[in-house]
Design a protein around this ligand. Structure first.
Ligand code: ADP
Ligand code: MG
Length: 256
């Protein structure tokens, strides 16, 4: 799939997200288990939002999916195939991840921040990588900012560059870990709208967020985690309007 595959006719690119399944995923730091038997299905082209208190294991779960931290047991299936059998750098090209802090290279332009992994990981020529990076920046509305360095961009624009960098790898799934938590309030909405648009256009998305409005409006599925476990999952209406567990009721009363 080329990033520009169907932009010519419609002006809007659609994605072909893969399914993502977590099966009894258990993760630990040393002897301490912080994720226990988490199972989760994300259908192709759907958005799942993970909510839950700080320390409940949300980031650890994402880190297990793309193996920034190796699971202790259980499995992660990407398009039905065990991600644990895929080489980590290949896996990370297939699963894009966006962090709270954008982790851009300060001395490179936006364009080269996006292009770097294309030539260093994907082995594209610099010319082809820059061409694809330009298209990817255009996807996130930053075509005009390609030559800017991170310090000359707003936080929201820097996060868009980070999203463009992930998209340029043509991922099958996108992971977001509190992608808007470090942004000034007036910049949050633009990034959330961009994320919602990716979901509408067929990307498979696993989104850890404190933005309950986003989860309610955009998610196909919401997962509530507490103390390393999935306590409840379902549609936004089920979780937000009819929470079953005391733990979710308490959490919602604190955040809403
Ligand atoms: P969340 O993202 O929901 O806030 P985390 O996945 O970051 O939760 O953390 C889950 C638990 O794992 C917490 O108790 C946290 O202190 C612990 N933890 C996270 N990262 C590490 C680490 N690198 N080493 C040891 N413990 C960690
Ligand atoms: Mg976290």
């Amino acid at each position: 799939m080329s990033l520009a595959s169907n932009t010519a006719s419609t002006g809007v690119h659609t994605f072909h997200g893969s399914s993502l399944e977590l099966k009894n995923l258990t993760m630990a730091y040393g002897d301490i288990e912080v994720l226990r038997n988490v199972s989760l299905n994300v259908a192709p082209g759907t958005t799942t939002c993970i909510i839950g208190p700080s320390g409940s294991g949300k980031s650890t779960l994402l880190r297990g999916v793309n193996r920034l931290h190796e699971p202790k047991s259980g499995d992660v299936l990407l398009a039905g195939e065990s991600a644990l059998m895929v080489k980590p750098d290949i896996l990370r090209a297939r699963i894009g991840m966006v962090f709270q802090h954008f982790n851009l290279f300060p001395d490179h332009t936006a364009l080269d921040n996006v292009a770097l992994a294309l030539w260093s990981v994907k082995g594209m020529s610099k010319t082809a990588a820059r061409e694809r990076a330009r298209r990817s920046l255009a996807e996130v509305g930053l075509a005009e900012r390609a030559e800017h360095r991170p310090r000359d961009l707003s936080g929201g624009q820097q996060q868009r560059v980070a999203i463009a960098r992930a998209l340029a790898m043509e991922p099958e799934v996108m992971l977001f870990d509190e992608a808007t938590s470090a942004l000034d309030p007036e910049l949050v909405k633009g990034v959330l709208n961009l994320m919602a648009g990716l979901g509408r256009r067929g990307m498979t998305m696993l989104v850890v967020t404190h933005e309950m409005g986003f989860a309610r409006k955009v998610a196909d599925q919401v997962v509530f985690m507490d103390e390393g476990e999935v306590v409840e999952s379902g549609t936004p209406t089920e979780l937000f309007d009819n929470p079953q567990s005391k733990r979710l009721q308490r959490f919602l009363s604190e955040v809403l």
